[in-house]
Design a protein around this ligand. Structure first.
Ligand code: FAD
Length: 476
């Protein structure tokens, strides 16, 4: 008999959350804490979504997306999770860059960037200060016509090197390009610049285990291996979800699944306004990624001077299309020292990440796919040898992930690493007006992506769901 992953689940809840990414889990946690009956349904066998990890022989643990997030995570985790989680967030102080235009090390905050921009790049203090103030002053309601390129042209005309320093890490962090609205750059850049780059000490598995414990303490019914196939609507109002052949009734649904999948596949588009469906179809997905995971043999080490995050590129100039090209020139290396997991075996790992296009991987047959992955591994090891001579002989385990890997594990269309482009945010916000009780929370619109963006979007949406549940309860 197949295992019943819904054994003991009720037939009705106040709210069903579809997907256990950081936004989904945060929404579920807040709503559970507020006393609502919450069911969290995750199709994968692990919670966390893209905030995930995997184990390999030899005591190796790899983090998939724990490379760095802004300081704001501490506040969000303390408020909406618990102090235990918040207290494990620590700063990464050694951020490095190496490309044909410059090599430098920074703590990646406003003070240090100001020092670099005025001394190494020779800019006027006032220009730098005005740029930081403009970026920090940006918010969601601002002019969305101004592109990031126009913003840079205004402050640093003709300074491709400056643009590279300011933009390359943000493109890595949320997939935004020079052609995207400047606010998608300004908001995220300023978040990082406030205090630098942070990471969770203990590893992703520790974070997700603590989140699961907190969810259960708040009476959230958490179910893995429970993919939702359909969301049923009656009379313009969410009525139930279907999973494993069961129909579970609810007054609200929060979908943490990909926005386009939610609207166009899980809901019946015939029940939505034609214009809304058309606009959803036009929403562009954000790019995907490739990664190479490398673990050192027990006893082998990496010097701390190698840095925590290392942005490397062999491209002569900064161009966002080059960052995505299968002909890889840019690699961001994350170095994981034993301090990442102080309570585990002493191990060193390196993860190389590069933004990537789905189309470069989607249609390869299995032989070509394997060969392309092997090529990705070999060229990455070659690139790393330049910085860590002899590293090949120290590595015990190496493997690659591609856009197909991310698609496989999270069902994100085209393996999107950061949800959708900017226009997705409006669609996500409009959803409850199309179907009463239907919400979306998850990486969307560039700004609401990444660990902090996803958590904060989960907070915003759960507050709206809470209001709706209280309103509808009062009117019954
Ligand atoms: C390679 C890589 C590196 C990254 N590095 C960083 C980084 O350094 N810093 C940072 O801040 N961010 C990083 N990110 C981005 C960050 O991980 C994501 O933006 C964030 O984790 C997304 O959270 P989310 O809530 O949108 O949901 P997701 O993590 O996308 O999760 C969605 C969940 O929904 C589930 N689901 C989908 N469909 C269904 C269904 N029908 N039924 C049930 N469940 C379903 C999926 O299985 C998944 O668990 C990285 C991403 C990638 C891919």
């Amino acid at each position: 008999m197949p295992r019943d992953f819904l054994k003991g689940a009720a037939d009705q809840y106040d709210v069903v959350v579809i997907g256990s990414g950081l936004a989904g889990m945060t929404s579920a946690n807040i709503l559970g804490r507020a006393g609502h009956r919450v069911l969290l349904l995750e199709q994968h066998y692990k919670l966390g979504g893209l905030a995930t990890w995997f184990l390999r022989p030899g005591g190796h643990i790899f983090d998939v997306s724990l490379h760095g997030f802004p300081h704001g995570m501490i506040k969000s985790c303390r408020r909406y999770w618990n102090r235990d989680i918040a207290d494990r967030i620590v700063q990464l102080k050694n951020i490095r860059f190496d490309n044909p235009q410059f090599s430098l090390t920074t703590t990646f905050n406003r003070e240090d960037f100001t020092r670099l921009l005025t001394t190494k790049f020779g800019l006027q203090q006032q220009t730098v200060s005005d740029f930081f103030d403009t970026a920090r002053g940006m918010n969601f309601y601002d002019d969305q016509q101004l592109t990031t390129k126009q913003l840079f042209d205004r402050f640093f005309p003709g300074r491709d090197d400056v643009v590279r320093l300011l933009m390359e890490p943000i493109t890595y962090a949320n997939g935004s390009t020079l052609e995207d609205p400047a606010i998608t750059y300004g908001i995220v850049f300023s978040n990082f610049m406030s205090k630098g780059v942070f990471i969770y000490e203990g590893g992703t598995e520790d974070l997700v285990a603590r989140m699961k414990k907190e969810l259960q303490a708040n009476n959230v019914d958490v179910r893995i291996r429970c993919g939702v196939d359909r969301i049923n609507v009656r009379g313009g109002q969410v009525e139930s979800v279907e999973t494993h052949g069961r129909t579970i009734r609810c007054r609200a649904v929060v979908s943490n699944a990909n926005l386009k999948t939610t609207v166009l596949k899980m809901l019946d588009p015939n029940l939505l306004d034609r214009d809304f469906v058309d606009r959803t179809e036009d929403v562009r997905l954000n790019n995907s990624s490739t990664q190479v995971y490398m673990a050192l043999k027990a006893g082998e080490q990496i010097e701390e001077s190698s840095g925590d995050l290392f942005f490397t590129s062999t491209a002569k100039e900064f161009r966002t299309d080059l960052l995505l090209s299968r002909d890889i020139t840019s690699r961001t290396f994350s170095f994981y020292y034993p301090r990442t997991r102080p309570e585990k075996k002493e191990r060193f790992a390196i993860v190389s990440s590069t933004n990537a296009n789905w189309s470069d991987w989607a249609d390869l047959n299995e032989t070509d796919y394997d060969a392309s992955k092997q090529d990705l591994i070999e060229t990455t090891l070659d690139a790393l040898e330049k910085y860590l001579p002899g590293i090949r002989s120290k590595i015990e385990w190496v493997e690659a992930a591609t856009p197909r890997t991310f698609n496989h594990y999270t069902l994100h269309e085209q393996g999107a690493s950061f949800g959708t482009k900017f226009e997705g945010l409006g669609i996500s916000r409009e959803l409850p007006q199309q179907v009463g009780g239907m919400y979306h929370a998850g990486s969307v619109g560039i700004i609401m992506s990444g660990w902090l963006g996803a958590i904060n979007y989960g907070v915003i949406v759960s507050n709206e769901v809470d209001q709706q549940l209280l309103r509808t309860a009062a009117s019954v």
